[in-house]
Design a protein around this ligand. Structure first.
Ligand code: ATP
Ligand code: MG
Length: 383
């Protein structure tokens, strides 16, 4: 057996074998490019797990590293450091370029913004190409299978046309049919609707939803917020680093750079069922975001009766009222019936960023106001 390269590799491999439901695992993936000015880092130690059957969108500013990240998963480019496991295979260890290319043909469908259909082949021939390349399905079966895929994407009438004779939306549908030609479990799409009108984009996302309902996994880079709302998970990349998804869900208006800052500052905590997280009348030191589970917010009545005024779950936050106003907690907050995972952000960091981000501060204030009204909590400022 080969000696492990580093302790990190050992841990990662162990983790890989313990997550059978993961289809993509990145462990400490870094990518550096060299140019005339020297070396620069495009991905900084990225850890990411995507489960089978998930529909995931990836967003981020231009140049943040989205395409580079996808290229690490597809094997189109290789990482400078770290490990990539796709569909149970470590795709960069002991694998030659041509083995990787063959593996890719059988395991991945790839779709780009500019469809990259071969212009001198008909749509049907384009869809048959990957089957020929990895020699999948009997030779006589291939046209029939390609036709079925074209039917699925609504292009059977155009099967014998050259790409240039159909619309751009239809070309992209044909490119998707081609990507699915060898029935891969995973589809990777880099801005698949970036060059299309809204209606064509909608058709394509509908098609992706269909594939996901059939058990496929899809990872899609997009700039379009109306599409990210239709995926199970949205991953934000900022300057080559991934933003914590709980932070992005809790404070969606925040600038990416502040989200990234919070990602590095938060502390992960787990509370057992009914364990106290915030005690009334104690100084408030943290802003909390819920990663999983539920918390109960409890007010005490004058007669000292406990009154659960709200239950908060995934992607919601608490502790903000006290922090924004300063002072002590007005309510008790405790874990619900199951363990709850939260991210705790120190008070000073939360207050500083709220001062720099009026839009987020306003959004947080609105949620606070709603909670106060919903539960008729007396205005705590007058307490
Ligand atoms: N092969 C390469 N050689 C050198 N630099 C590269 C290479 N590929 C990407 N880069 C640089 O890496 C950075 C990230 O590029 P990447 O294409 O991943 O960004 P992106 O998030 O996909 O951006 P966009 O939204 O514009 O597609 C950019 O600064 C880019 O210039
Ligand atoms: Mg890109």
């Amino acid at each position: 057996m080969k000696a492990p390269r580093s302790p990190r590799t050992v841990d990662s491999v162990r983790e890989a074998s313990s997550s059978p439901d993961a289809i993509i695992q990145l462990h400490g993936v870094a990518k550096r490019f060299a140019n005339a000015a020297g070396e620069f880092t495009v991905l900084k130690s990225v850890d990411l797990t995507i489960k089978r059957g998930e529909f995931v969108s990836i967003v981020g500013k231009s140049g943040s590293g989205k395409s580079t990240l996808l290229n690490m998963v597809t094997g189109i480019d290789h990482p400078s450091e770290g490990q990539v496991i796709v569909n149970g295979k470590d795709i960069y260890t002991g694998v030659t370029e041509s083995q990787r290319s063959n593996w890719r043909g059988k395991n991945l469908g790839i779709v780009f913004q500019f469809f990259q259909l071969l212009p001198m082949l008909t749509l049907l021939e384009n869809v048959m190409l990957p089957m020929d390349y990895v020699d999948m399905y009997g030779f006589d079966e291939r046209p029939e299978r390609a036709m079925e895929l074209l039917k699925l994407v609504g292009l059977e009438k155009f099967a014998n046309k050259l790409p240039i004779l159909v619309s751009t939306g239809q070309q992209q549908l044909a490119a998707i049919a081609r990507a699915m030609a060898c029935d891969p479990p995973l589809l990777i799409a880099d801005e698949p609707t970036g060059n299309l009108d809204t209606k064509s984009a909608d058709t394509i996302i509908g098609l992706f939803e269909h594939f996901v309902s059939q058990g496929k996994t899809i990872v899609m880079v997009t700039h379009d917020p109306s599409l990210t709302s239709r995926t199970h998970r949205n991953i934000i990349i900022s300057d080559g680093e991934l933003i914590d998804e709980t932070i992005a869900r809790s404070l969606p208006q925040l600038r990416h750079r502040h989200m990234l800052e919070f990602t590095k500052l938060v502390e992960e905590r787990t509370y057992q069922p009914h364990e106290t997280i915030i005690s009334r009348n104690e100084p408030a030191d943290y802003f909390f975001m819920i990663r999983s589970g539920e918390v109960e917010v409890i007010l005490q009545s004058k007669k000292k009766n406990e009154n659960i005024v709200s239950r908060l779950g995934d992607g919601e936050f608490f502790g903000e009222m006290e922090l924004l106003k300063g002072g002590k907690s007005i309510a008790n907050v405790r874990a619900g019936k199951k363990p709850v995972e939260v991210l705790a952000l120190p008070r000073a960091d939360f207050v500083r960023v709220m001062n720099e981000s009026p839009i987020t501060a306003e959004a947080v204030a609105k949620i606070v106001q709603k909670r106060l009204e919903a539960h008729r909590i007396p205005d705590y400022r007058s307490r």
